[in-house]
Ligand binder design. Structure first.
Ligand SMILES: *[C@@H]1O[C@H](CO)[C@@H](O)[C@H](O)[C@H]1NC(C)=O
Ligand SMILES: [Ca+2]
Ligand SMILES: [Ca+2]
Length: 327
């Protein structure tokens, strides 16, 4: 019965699928209702906020009000609505220089006792190749039909990101993963921050460059260097990791863009505030991830966008926070 349910849900997801790279159909089953007193925010308390400096711009950059050309007239994925190009004005705001790291999230959890949705639901989506060889075959029945390299696995969370027996011990400077949109919002709120809007995120990604593909320009590998953590080789069989990383990299790895921001393209996808095509249950994510390859998920471009439902978590999806200018 359970398998049939999973099958039906994946079939429904495939029907809803609009040429996505297979990342956005990783949706939780809606029937998994959680008890009121076990909601992820159960232990979250406003009072704890009193200990936090209300206006702390540490590891953030000020991005000044500007008008920029958002989107592209050469969409790679029509169904993602990457275009058309339009002028968009964004007010001044602060943005985190780095993706939120495991260390950052650990500090937050130690202060608040916060429990993520992956921990509450008891599972999350992992990329098969990240698991030890011996553990892979067992999970044939829980694959996403359209993206069979994703496996929904028990006991995966930000604390056990790469298999039930993995830890974050040697990855404290890597981005936190397996965090839902709801988790990300709670984290940012605790520090009196918020998620960036999609326009803020994209303006920050472009860093003053006009209509360029990537945060650093139009060429993928200027000076023969790797500028982002993406996928090299044939997806999904072989990752040659010419950029040095098969999976996530430290949040301060690779050159920053002109605004001083790291890993806007690649490493992990980043949640934004915005609804996906008017659906308030699905949220826009930006930047692509270490799993993105031009042949399949060419989404490490500033104009590219994709989505997941608010309660979805996965091994290639994280976030960074923004903050308003205070008077
Ligand atoms: C955006 O505004 C600039 C300056 O006014 C203008 O040159 C440009 O054509 C505009 N772009 C679009 C897509 O409307
Ligand atoms: Ca890589
Ligand atoms: Ca990123």
């Amino acid at each position: 019965m359970y398998l049939y349910t999973i099958l039906i849900i994946f079939v429904l997801n495939v029907l809803h699928c609009t040429g996505d790279c297979g990342c956005s159909n990783l949706n939780r089953e809606k029937k998994c209702k959680i008890d009121e007193d076990e909601t992820p925010s159960g232990k979250y308390s406003r009072e704890l906020n009193d200990n936090i400096n209300a206006f702390n711009t540490y590891n953030m950059v000020l991005i000044n009000k500007d008008t920029f050309e958002m989107g592209t007239n050469k969409p790679v994925f029509e169904s993602d609505h990457e275009g058309p190009v339009r002028n968009k004005t964004v007010e001044s705001f602060y943005l985190d220089i780095y993706e939120v790291s495991n260390q950052n999230f650990k500090d937050f959890v130690e202060k608040t006792g916060y429990k993520t949705e992956a921990e509450t639901y008891g599972d999350s989506f992992v990329f098969e190749m990240i698991l030890p060889e011996s553990e892979r075959k067992e999970y044939q029945d829980v694959r996403a039909v359209q993206a069979p390299w994703w496996i929904k696995l028990k006991d995966i969370s930000w604390l056990h990101p790469e298999g039930p027996h993995s830890t974050i011990e040697n990855k404290l400077n890597h981005p936190v993963i397996h965090v839902s949109w709801n988790d990300a919002v709670k984290y940012c709120e605790f520090f009196n921050k918020r998620l960036p809007t999609e326009a803020e995120w994209e303006m920050a990604c472009r860093a003053g460059l006009k209509q360029k593909l990537y945060p650093w320009g139009n060429k993928l590998n200027p000076k023969g260097k790797q500028w982002a953590n993406i996928w090299q080789g044939n997806f999904p069989e072989e990752n040659t990791a010419e950029d040095g990383y098969q999976f996530t990299s430290p949040v301060d790895e690779f050159p920053p863009n002109k605004f001083g921001l790291f890993n806007m393209a690649g490493n992990v996808w980043e949640w934004t505030q915005d609804d996906w095509l008017g659906d308030s249950e699905s949220k826009v994510k930006k930047g692509g991830s270490f799993l993105c390859h031009e042949s399949y998920c060419y989404r490490y471009r500033c104009a590219a966008r994709s989505f997941n439902t608010k309660d979805t978590s996965a091994g290639n999806l994280g976030f960074r926070c923004a903050m308003d200018i205070q008077p």
